[in-house]
Design a protein around this ligand. Structure first.
Ligand SMILES: NC(=O)c1ccc[n+]([C@@H]2O[C@H](COP(=O)([O-])OP(=O)(O)OC[C@H]3O[C@@H](n4cnc5c(N)ncnc54)[C@H](OP(=O)(O)O)[C@@H]3O)[C@@H](O)[C@H]2O)c1
Length: 244
């Protein structure tokens, strides 16, 4: 059986954990998973690395040795790790938290994408980069200035990389996962209305069962990446298609 490789960030919980579980069921995939927390799962196809993406020097030092070589049929990078950040209006944000958020949401996926393209440029494998963005990339939300702007920036970075690699074996996607029932949503619901005027709306999403399960969204992302020829645009939203 030909081997494939998945490199996944933010695998320890939420959407990333569901993506991990989806790909663990595909025997052909070797998986390299990076978060701060290691799950300690006993699976020969899984290698876990602990890195805090908030501290960029650590990632910078590890980056050159991070990407396994091998005769892979397909290589996928999913930059999923993300942080909603400090939910407060501009003028009340703490410098250190702003830096952490930019490091996690923007500089980490930029570093990873750049190093991935460099590492696998000459590989004959099918290569896909999937950066997890958000609907908030194209919609200003009060209290989420850092989140909206880092997600907008990673979407544009992905579009530029796609344009540069138009004739190559690389495909690039910036994917909005919809509103997903994870710890991030829990954090959002626990915000003060003064800092986040839409908090009641987000509470009602949970109460009304409007949140997607991480499992459904992971299955859709896996479908998208497995049938990339059906998806021509770089910018994708999983809410725009159903599983067959
Ligand atoms: N949930 C939603 O409704 C929603 C909507 C739109 C977009 N998204 C995006 O979807 C992605 C997944 O979100 P989620 O809802 O699953 O969030 P989550 O439940 O909070 O999980 C975030 C993941 O990112 C990792 N991570 C966070 N900070 C990190 C750091 N400093 N260093 C290394 N890893 C870090 C976490 O691992 P550790 O804590 O172990 O480090 C965890 O595995 C994010 O990019 C998010 O922006 C989510």
């Amino acid at each position: 059986m030909n081997k494939s490789l998945l490199i996944l960030t933010g695998h320890s919980k939420g959407l990333g954990r569901a993506i991990l579980d989806t790909y663990l069921q595909k025997d052909e995939f070797e998986i390299l998973a990076i978060s701060r927390t290691k799950l300690g799962l006993d699976n020969p196809n899984l290698t876990e690395i602990s890195i805090d993406f908030g501290e960029l020097d650590v990632l910078e030092n590890e980056l050159s040795g991070l990407f396994p070589s091998g005769d892979f049929e397909e290589i996928i990078l999913i930059n999923n790790a993300g942080w909603i950040g400090e939910i407060k209006p501009v003028g009340s944000l703490q410098v250190k938290k702003m830096r952490t958020q930019v490091n996690v949401n923007l500089l980490t996926p930029i570093y990873m994408t750049n190093a991935f393209v460099s590492a696998y440029r000459d590989s004959k494998a099918r290569k896909i980069i999937c950066n997890i963005s958000s609907g908030a990339a194209s919609k200003p939300v009060e209290g989420w200035s850092g989140y909206c702007s880092t997600k907008a920036a990673i979407a544009m970075f992905t579009k530029v990389a796609a344009k540069e690699n138009n004739d190559s074996l690389f495909r690039f996607f910036s994917v909005a996962p919809g509103i997903v029932d994870t710890q991030m949503q829990e954090e959002i619901r626990h915000t003060d209305e003064l800092d986040f005027p839409q908090v009641e709306r987000f509470k009602s999403y949970k109460e009304n069962g409007d949140l997607s399960t991480p499992e459904l969204v992971a299955a859709k992302i896996s479908y998208l990446l497995g049938h990339e020829n059906e998806f021509q645009d770089v910018i994708q939203d999983v809410r725009n298609f159903d599983l067959p």
